[in-house]
Design a protein around this ligand. Structure first.
Ligand SMILES: Cc1nc2ccc(C(=O)NCC(C)C)cc2n2c(-c3cc(OC(C)(C)C)ccc3Cl)nnc12
Ligand SMILES: [Mg+2]
Ligand SMILES: [Zn+2]
Length: 313
């Protein structure tokens, strides 16, 4: 729970335009960690405002304040999968929605669902992977291993839990069909952050990008998943110093998991083994095989769309 005093302080604070919070906040090169952690909740609220989502979906300010504070509380503090990661992902999503043609390809409900998904996509992450949940027989594995994407189902469940908490439902003023569609979108988008699911989609994503059809709901969903993974990986699209710092946090998590796996008598995979992992090699393969293709797809999509927009104008 969050204190009523904290909620009212945040909901009564005047909403400053993002640029007044930090002059570089609208630059793709901006490192969101440049925002002091105590200003993150109000920065998120000012991004909601700047995207026009508060008025469009008649979101009450005290409800939005409580939702953001509950979401922040929902994150644990592992080296990487923490609140500052969520904030960095939300910030990139804000820039995408403000700057790219994506806005002409998705409607405002999809933009709302994407933005909320970015904020909530790793809630209550423990700093261990899906396979570790199953190997260690965690409660989450007991709950979700039959469907797969164990952690991501939990992140979604936690999001619904917060929305169902008194005074936190920012979607309460949506019509019933819109509410249903928003929640279904948030579920699909958060589930798309399971790397295994993303890799399965590679060929569909390529096809969507090549001949994007806005009337095709499957294409629309694939686009939202691509936008989500672009945001989730966005620390790798910034300065080398930032990418290096973030990669070090990720391997701190991976190596701690490797230590845990050794303790339960399992042999950790190389990437999790602090004795065997060569981070530069691992990163070159991750960036070339996973991160770069995501951004290449995205650039290709924008190119296709801008041609499409010019033609259709
Ligand atoms: C810099 C950087 N290195 C990484 C190196 C390896 C892996 C990894 O999970 N290898 C698989 C093994 C463990 C079975 C992830 C890495 N990673 C991610 C990331 C991306 C994710 O999935 C999407 C967003 C869908 C791509 C999901 C989770 C994470 Cl931590 N974000 N930044 C990184
Ligand atoms: Mg995740
Ligand atoms: Zn993430």
């Amino acid at each position: 729970q969050v204190s009523q005093e904290e909620v009212s302080r945040l909901s009564k604070a005047p909403i400053q335009p993002p640029l007044l919070i930090h002059p570089d906040i609208c630059k793709f090169s901006f490192i969101p960690r440049g925002i002091p952690p105590n200003l993150m909740p109000q920065t998120i609220i000012s991004m909601f405002q700047d995207l026009g989502l508060i008025s469009q979906y008649r979101i009450r300010m005290d409800t939005l304040a409580k939702f953001v504070l509950m979401t922040r509380k929902g994150y644990r503090d592992p080296p990487y999968h923490n609140w500052s990661h969520a904030f960095a992902v939300v910030h990139f999503c804000y820039l995408l929605l403000k700057n790219t043609h994506a806005t002409s390809m998705i409607d405002s409900l999809e933009a709302l669902a994407l933005f909320v998904s970015c904020l909530c996509h790793d809630i209550d992450h423990r700093g261990t992977t899906n396979s570790y949940q199953v190997a260690s027989g965690s409660v989450l594995a007991a709950l979700y291993s039959s469907e797969g994407s164990v952690l991501e189902r939990h992140h979604f469940a936690q999001t619904v839990c917060i929305l169902n908490t008194e005074g936190c439902n920012i979607l309460e003023n949506l019509g019933q069909p819109e509410y249903r569609r928003a929640l279904d979108l948030v579920q699909d988008i958060i589930l798309a952050t399971d790397l295994a699911q993303h890799l399965k989609k590679e060929s569909q994503l390529k096809d969507m990008v090549k001949n994007y059809d806005a009337t095709n709901s499957q294409h629309k969903l694939l686009l939202l998943c691509l936008l989500m993974t672009s945001c989730d990986l966005s620390d790798q699209a910034k300065s080398f110093e930032n990418s290096k710092t973030i990669a070090e946090r990720i391997y701190t998590e991976f190596f701690s998991q490797g230590d845990l796996e050794r303790q339960i008598g399992r042999d950790p995979m190389e990437m999790m083994d602090r004795k065997k992992a060569i981070i530069p090699d691992l990163q070159i393969s991750f960036l070339t095989s996973i991160a770069l293709p995501v951004y290449r797809l995205f650039v290709c999509l924008c190119a296709c769309v801008s041609v499409y927009l010019c033609v259709s104008v």
